[in-house]
Design a protein around this ligand. Structure first.
Ligand SMILES: CC(=O)SCCNC(=O)CCNC(=O)[C@H](O)C(C)(C)COP(=O)(O)OP(=O)(O)OC[C@H]1O[C@@H](n2cnc3c(N)ncnc32)[C@H](O)[C@@H]1OP(=O)(O)O
Ligand SMILES: O=C([O-])CC(=O)C(=O)O
Length: 375
């Protein structure tokens, strides 16, 4: 048994999947046969939704139909709003999102129908509700009025609008849409694995997503994008960044936004795409120093640790320049990933095998209870 023990399940093949694959050698993130980076440059987030859920890229009319179904599902009932409002002001938005998705389950008419069709319908409903819950939770925490969806805007533009209250420019919309695409699916990260483990007991999509939010919140995973921005702001300037990083490394602290379990010492292709987006945005927003600072951080980390940036490193300053509050960086990541995780839960339900691994036991044996006065 112990020969099979791989801490952190590193390189263990946990599932068969037709959804996605990280081909590290070819530096390609395969999404149902396509390269994610090429998709991000050529199609929209809603095309990716169709691709992930249906297995093929939608036609224009199929995409319009999907958009309409999402729009029909917009709306948070008073019950859901009150549940979120009851949470204390200091609640992390990811915790509110977790609570919101969990509460939604009780109002879902098809909760325990695990057929492909019902699961698809639920995923579409969640694609409407998750961004709304995230925006609502943040605005409610900040005592700001909620912004109702604007159905004249595209899915991504509307998501950004519900967060910032500003109708984005075309460039802002395109960059945000691209970020949602690169966050949409990534094979078997911890959150997707957590969701598949939950789904493998025949539990429901909402439960699986609730577990996945908790997983994605952690700073070794999705929570890193918020931590990156906090670190950049703490460092304050390009001049101070190098010493800031070196002092953290001297204390053996991890630098958020660097390293990756699968890419190891190779670049994360998604980070490179977001780096380009940051370069463009930094000029438009007249913040070239933020781009320069990030590039310097990348150079220092490569020189000191041979580590490359992951997606979170460059997505963080991109979100910052798009006017997204830091507390919403990880919820936005989760909202984008909702479709990828849903596709995995659907696949798990369709080809299920209960996850139930074993352990390498290191505790004592052959003890026998005796009753004593004290230990
Ligand atoms: C979109 C995403 O979710 S991507 C992930 C986002 N998370 C982060 O950016 C958090 C920072 N990064 C990390 O903590 C790690 O790189 C992880 C968790 C992503 C991957 O970690 P693992 O595969 O477990 O790598 P592991 O912990 O074995 O690291 C190998 C070595 O690199 C070091 N290392 C890895 N990442 C970092 C980092 N970000 N900063 C400093 N050192 C690091 C480790 O300390 C270790 O060094 P050692 O051998 O001297 O002890
Ligand atoms: O793949 C991983 O382990 C983490 C990651 O980059 C993601 O979820 O996008």
């Amino acid at each position: 048994m112990s020969d099979l023990h791989r801490p952190g399940l590193e390189n263990v093949i946990a599932s068969e999947t037709a959804i996605s694959y990280l081909d590290v050698e070819k530096e390609e993130i395969v999404i149902r046969g396509y390269d994610l980076i090429e998709l991000a440059q050529k199609v929209t987030y809603l095309d990716i939704v169709g691709l992930l859920l249906d297995g093929v890229l939608p036609t224009l009319s199929e995409r319009r139909d999907m958009e309409m179904r999402i729009q029909e599902a917009y709306g948070l009932t008073e019950n859901i709003r009150s549940i979120i409002e009851l949470l204390p002001e200091q609640a992390n938005v990811m915790d509110s999102l977790r609570t919101g998705i969990s509460a939604l389950a009780s109002y879902e008419p098809e909760l325990d129908d695990r057929s492909q069709e019902a699961n698809d319908r639920k995923a579409i409903r969640l694609l409407a509700k998750v961004p709304q819950i995230a925006a609502y939770a943040y605005r409610s925490k900040m005592k700001q009025p909620f912004i109702e969806p604007d159905l004249d805007l595209s899915y991504s533009a509307n998501f950004l609008y519900m967060i910032t209250g500003q109708i984005p420019t075309q460039l802002e919309e395109d960059i945000f849409d691209q970020s949602l695409i690169v966050y949409s699916e990534h094979e078997m990260p911890n959150s997707t694995f957590a969701a598949r483990v939950i789904a493998s007991t025949q539990s429901d999509l909402y439960g699986a997503l609730t577990g996945a939010v908790a997983s994605l919140k952690g700073t070794l995973h999705g929570g890193a994008n918020e931590a990156v921005m906090i670190m950049l702001l703490e460092a304050g300037s390009e001049e101070k960044l190098e010493e800031h990083l070196l002092s953290k490394l001297r204390k053996r602290e991890r630098i958020m936004g660097f390293g990756h379990r699968v890419y190891m010492n190779k670049a994360d292709p998604r980070a490179l795409l977001m780096k380009k987006a940051l370069a463009e945005l930094a000029i438009i927003k007249k913040r070239p120093e933020l781009y320069n600072m990030c590039v310097l951080g990348e150079e220092v980390m490569f020189r000191e640790k041979n580590l490359h940036p992951n997606l979170d490193y460059y997505a963080a300053p991109v979100y910052y320049l798009l006017g997204i509050p830091i507390d919403l960086f990880t919820p936005v990541f989760f909202a984008a990933r909702t479709v990828g995780i849903s596709a995995h839960v659907i696949e798990q339900h369709n080809h299920n095998r209960l996850f139930r691994p074993r352990v390498h036991y290191t505790g004592p044996r052959d003890l026998h209870p005796t009753v004593t006065e004290s230990h």
